[in-house]
Write a protein that binds this ligand. Structure first.
Ligand code: KIV
Ligand code: ZN
Length: 388
């Protein structure tokens, strides 16, 4: 099994989401939980961006013991110096520096040319190497960067000491086969690629962030950058919980992570509460409906054998046990099961009668609750004893 490095950027890319800003205390609490979860790298912030973020990174370095702590910077000397200062208490510091390499960025943002950007890429890695041996270079918008030029940049930054090379699909533009091919291209065309770890950093603008990261991993990337609940700029980043469970559920791929999957739901709730950012109910792994069954066909199968409709045991991801939700689409077996859970046992004829009443109630409501079931059961029992 090949161990994939899980690089968590909830506290940096995730925290960039409007409304998700964290204070130092909140960042420290989440960093300690991320360390406990088993991620390998915590990107703690962007220290030049504000004094508060500098302090957060510094304080996180004091309390986190084993996990690599990473600070982001642009390809600017001052940024890198400030990032290095913020990391001074880290046991395992990493500086993450880089520059946009697509023509969109080179021409549109920097008003520059490829040769000049290559020089700046080399220079920023050299500056960062003055402070630490663990330097990650990002080629921003690598997803839309010409592969030939990208390979040149990556080869040169490895020559001057980049130990991880991040290939971000910054705009979430790539299709999985394109992103996978890009990583394979670098593997085949960068002569010194074996001296660095390739990292995937995929955004979710087309809903493909996780698929692209997995394609990158299959093509040879050794690190995936991701966030809890998929938080991040615009449509978000690759979701950590999805990556971890894909790797776990598809063992035949031959990859593994250090993440304790039972912590995935608790940490998802913690991040959501701390950032005041609700998780969509249908979110894979951590959404409130991820283990709910509501249609009659599914409920009947699930009650006979959970494997018919569930590929993950909710206990493996720290979720509450699976739910049988009653709606107008539910069937008799689900109704009987829910009555049984409330302590009522009814025979087939009773259930047939109760099911007719249930449908009348269900058509008026979004969900039939225990209180409704109790009322139905009590009035049914009363009628039965009156007849007797
Ligand atoms: O999306 C991106 O390109 C980034 C870089 C700063 C790594 O977040
Ligand atoms: Zn990003």
């Amino acid at each position: 099994m090949k161990k994939v490095t899980i690089f968590d950027t909830t506290l940096r890319d995730g925290e960039q989401v409007p409304g998700c800003k964290l204070n130092t205390g909140e960042k420290i609490d989440l960093a300690l939980n991320l360390e406990e979860l088993g991620v390998d790298v915590i990107e703690a912030g962007f220290p030049i961006s504000s004094p508060g973020d500098f302090k957060s990174v510094e304080e996180i370095c004091r309390v986190v013991k084993n996990t690599v702590i990473c600070a982001l910077s642009r390809a600017v000397k001052k940024d890198i110096e400030v990032a290095a200062q913020s990391l001074k208490y880290a046991n395992r510091p990493r500086i993450h520096t880089g520059i946009g390499t697509s023509d969109f960025h080179i021409k549109g943002k920097f008003k520059s040319d490829r040769e000049e950007i290559l020089r700046r890429a080399i220079q920023c890695v050299k500056w960062a190497r003055n402070f630490t041996d663990d330097v990650e270079f990002y080629a921003e918008d690598a997803g839309r960067t010409d592969n030939d030029y990208l390979a040149r940049v990556i080869e040169e930054v490895i020559k001057v000491g980049a130990t991880t090379v991040n290939i971000p699909d910054t705009t979430g533009y790539c299709l999985p086969h394109q992103y996978g091919d890009k990583i394979a291209y670098l593997k085949n065309h960068v002569t010194n690629i074996d001296r660095a770890v390739i990292s995937c950093h995929c955004h979710n603008d087309l809903g493909l962030a996780t698929a692209n990261s997995i394609a990158g991993m299959i093509s040879g990337a050794g690190q995936i950058e991701c966030t809890i609940n998929g938080l991040g700029e615009r449509a978000g980043n690759t979701s950590l919980e999805e990556v971890v469970m894909i790797i776990r559920q598809h063992k035949h791929l031959g990859f593994t992570t250090n993440v304790k999957s039972q912590m995935l739901n608790p940490i998802s709730h913690l991040v959501s509460d701390t950032m005041r950012m609700p998780v969509q109910p249908n979110k894979a792994i951590v959404g409130s409906n991820a283990f709910s069954h509501s249609s009659g066909i599914h409920q009947d199968g699930f009650l006979k054998d959970s494997l018919t409709y569930e590929i993950i045991n909710p206990m493996d991801v720290g979720a509450d046990s699976s739910k049988i939700v009653l709606t107008a689409r539910s069937g008799r077996s689900a109704l009987a099961y829910r009555f049984q859970k409330l302590g009522f046992s009814f025979d087939r004829n009773d259930i047939d009668t109760l099911y007719e009443k249930f449908l009348l109630v269900a058509d008026l409501k979004k969900e039939v609750l225990d209180t409704d079931l109790n009322e139905m059961a009590v009035s049914h029992k009363k009628k039965e004893s009156a007849v007797a």
